[in-house]
Ligand binder design. Structure first.
Ligand code: DGJ
Length: 699
């Protein structure tokens, strides 16, 4: 960073994105523009174009927005920073005291509120793929304690035509469902108090105009990279201006800053597009992939034991499952819940991270070695943050759990959250996980977390959700540092912890416990708005889905799992030989196209409601793979034509259906323009069919 000469504007520019910030020493800092690039524009022109005359009946001078719209500025929008010192110093009006820049890719602006002594350091970073990441850090420069009630990462003005909001909600086994809302004047607010990223309140939004589609129109996406509580709000003011802000939702008294104390917000990630929602997705995917430690490594096909055995472990059964898994093409065998302590059901043993010698008299080493001898990696399930009251750990340390002194604990899956803000708790967990990784040669951890934390009270009785989340990150980082090649999955009752904060230190998310092939398509489509296929676990489940009770043929189940980080989670002994063979073929197909699936540019296709279709094109648009799922009966006698996306309209493509096997055939060679604009007539099939098409450009 270089310290800047005082000047009026900071300009960040990358990947067709432009951010203009007005920042002058002694004045308020303000985002003048953030959005798709405006080639050749001078910042002052934007100021001129936006200058307003006096509004009759309004304040005598214009009140501009600023980076946090604090109360002292008089701005009418909800403030992005709420703090006070024992009821005083609440009308904050911070002014710029320091500016540093990193050329066109980053800036740091320090603003200071003279009366309270609070300094706010705003960090803005524009990545090479056009995603802006902003954080704010508040430092208490006074000699009094300051209570911090709310601090957004930033308040960002949006194009006033972005009034269509897509939010992401859901439940256990029904994650990442989309909801559409139109902004009226007032506020769209989502608050998450689950103590984890949550099933029902994903920390991200898409915004578009009333005509934005996947491939056309203005759009913006925001995402808060945080795995604790959060608030995400979009406010449309009486002048029809729109601003978005997001930060950590703080519980009462949670953050009291002592003199010199600091609080940093999680990062808010934002990107824009003039070419529809799809471009936002591709920017965000590139952003995630650029931060993943092993993005370039092929993702091994998983076999997970959960739905095959649940808590009913036996070495004989698991040895046999490992052999069957290797036979159909698995490359990583993950032993799920039930291997430790007295964990024969979900009511006991959690926290006792010692291999259960009742079940495994020789320990787990023989199974881990067997798995490796079969050519697979060995992975193991943990739920480090939790404890069953019926466990040796809880009996020895009943004070190690989070609780609010005055509230009844909320029962949830017979377990309580451990207080990770305690160093002794973290040390115990680090020692247990680390020792097992070394002893068993664990290559992969499925890191689970299976309950909300409603009452995150620490030892002092104060709310500690913020510190708990930071402590979780620190624990994972410590384990990773000690075992650099370890791969970690973030699971939380399925997909309840799949944000960019956790993904900065884990490699994959378990998208959902729902392996129902029909339900999976909407879950994957929702998740795709923020998460690339490479990190989205997608497993083949049993023929009768354990969650929905619906039955599907192997061809549909396996075809569905091909698009994602493929795996399986079923008792292979219960499948017919023909179905195991179909599964083997699907895994082979996935492996053949794995590099394309995991690194290609992702495109959701626009289809009738009973079809969900998406696919990937490689970076030079010479190869593509699309998955088209028929979820229900067609409404007319003939299936609709489906238009592909992402192809080069000027090239010709050889088109082949590759799945399901009975429909597999070469279809012909077609102009890219026709495949994009005219589309392909789908074949007649039963509902619950998953078609896979491969396209290859002619040289
Ligand atoms: C919840 C996860 O989502 C499941 O996949 C499984 O690991 C169970 N927990 C085990 O308790």
């Amino acid at each position: 960073m270089t310290t800047r000469e005082p000047s009026d504007h900071i300009v960040l520019r990358a990947a067709e994105t432009l951010i203009v910030v007005s920042a002058r020493i002694g004045e308020r800092a303000r985002i003048v523009y953030a959005g798709p690039d405006l080639p050749n524009v001078e910042p002052v022109e934007l100021e001129q174009l936006a200058s307003r005359t006096h509004a009759p009946g309004g304040p005598a001078q214009p009140i501009e927005a600023s980076l946090l719209n604090t109360i002292g500025t008089g701005h009418p929008s909800p403030p992005g920073l709420l703090a006070h010192s024992d009821g005083q110093d609440w009308a904050l009006d911070p002014r710029v005291t320091h500016i540093e820049s990193e050329g066109e890719l980053g800036a740091r602006i320090v603003t200071t509120d003279a009366a309270s002594g609070l300094a706010i350091t705003h960090q803005l970073e524009l990545s090479g793929v056009g995603v802006l990441s902003c954080t704010s850090r508040v430092t208490n420069g006074s000699d009094k304690d300051v209570a911090l009630d709310w601090c957004a990462a930033s308040c960002l003005p949006l194009d006033p035509t972005l009034t269509d909001v897509t939010s992401f909600t859901g439940k256990w086994a029904g994650e990442f469902q989309t909801e559409q809302t139109q902004l009226t004047r007032g506020s769209f607010v989502r608050e998450n108090r689950a103590g984890r990223t949550s099933h029902d309140c994903y920390p991200g939004l898409y915004l578009g105009t009333n005509s934005t589609t996947e491939s056309h129109g203005k759009a913006c996406a925001v995402h808060l990279g945080w795995s604790g509580n959060h608030r995400l709000r979009v406010d449309r003011l009486s002048d029809d201006s729109i601003s978005v802000q997001s930060g950590e939702l703080l519980l009462p008294g949670e953050i009291i800053l002592a003199p010199e104390g600091e609080y940093s917000t999680p990062a808010l990630h934002v990107c824009w597009s003039n070419k529809g929602y799809g471009e936002l997705t591709r920017r965000l995917h590139n952003h995630v992939l650029s931060r993943l430690p092993d993005a370039a490594i092929a993702r091994p096909v998983h076999y997970n034991t959960w739905e095959a055995v649940y808590f009913d472990h036996s070495p004989e059964k698991l040895f046999a499952l490992a052999e069957q898994a290797a036979e159909v093409g698995a490359e990583r065998f993950v032993l799920d819940d039930g291997w430790f302590g007295a964990r024969r059901n979900d009511a006991a043993g959690l926290g006792d991270w010692y291999v259960s010698h009742d079940i495994y008299p020789q320990g787990l080493k023989p199974l881990a070695d067997h798995v490796r001898n079969l050519g697979m990696e060995f992975g193991l399930w943990f739920e480090p943050e939790m404890v069953n009251p019926d466990s040796d750990l809880y009996r020895a340390h009943p004070d190690w759990v989070l609780a609010a002194p005055d509230a009844d604990p909320i029962p949830s899956r017979n377990q309580l959250p451990l207080d990770l803000t305690r160093p002794d708790v973290r040390d115990y967990l680090f020692e247990r996980v680390s020792t097992l990784v070394d002893e068993l040669g664990i290559a992969y951890i499925k890191w689970d977390m299976n309950r909300d934390i409603q009452h995150p009270g620490g030892a002092s009785g104060q709310a500690v959700m913020h510190h708990q989340t930071i402590a979780l990150y620190g624990l994972i980082d410590r384990i990773r540092n000690a075992h650099p090649s370890l791969v970690i999955e973030s699971c939380s009752s399925g997909g309840a912890r799949a944000d960019y904060g956790i993904l900065a230190r884990t490699d994959r998310v378990w998208t959902s416990d729902n392996n129902d092939a029909r339900a999976r398509h909407s879950i994957m489509r929702g998740a795709s708005h923020f998460l690339p296929l490479q990190v989205l676990g997608n497993h083949v489940g049993p023929k009768k889905c354990h969650i929905t009770g619906r039955r599907f043929g192997m061809s549909y189940r396996a075809g569905t799992a091909i698009l994602g980080h493929m795996g399986m989670e079923l008792d292979l002994a219960q499948e017919s030989e023909a179905d195991r063979d179909t599964l083997k073929q699907a895994i082979a197909l996935h492996k053949r196209h794995r590099a394309l699936i995991h690194t290609g540019a992702y495109h959701r296709l626009e289809t009738d409601d009973h079809i969900i279709a998406a696919g990937v094109c490689d970076r030079d648009r010479s190869e593509a793979l699309f998955q088209i799922a028929i979820l229900d009966q067609h409404k007319s006698p003939h299936p609709p034509r489906t238009r592909f996306a992402g192809l080069d309209p000027a090239r010709r493509y050889r088109l082949a259906c590759q799945w399901p096997a009975p429909l597999a055939k070469d279809i012909g060679t077609f102009a890219g323009s026709a495949l994009i604009e005219y589309g392909l007539q789908l074949p007649q099939t039963y509902p619950d069919t998953c078609l896979i098409y491969h396209l290859e450009a002619e040289q």
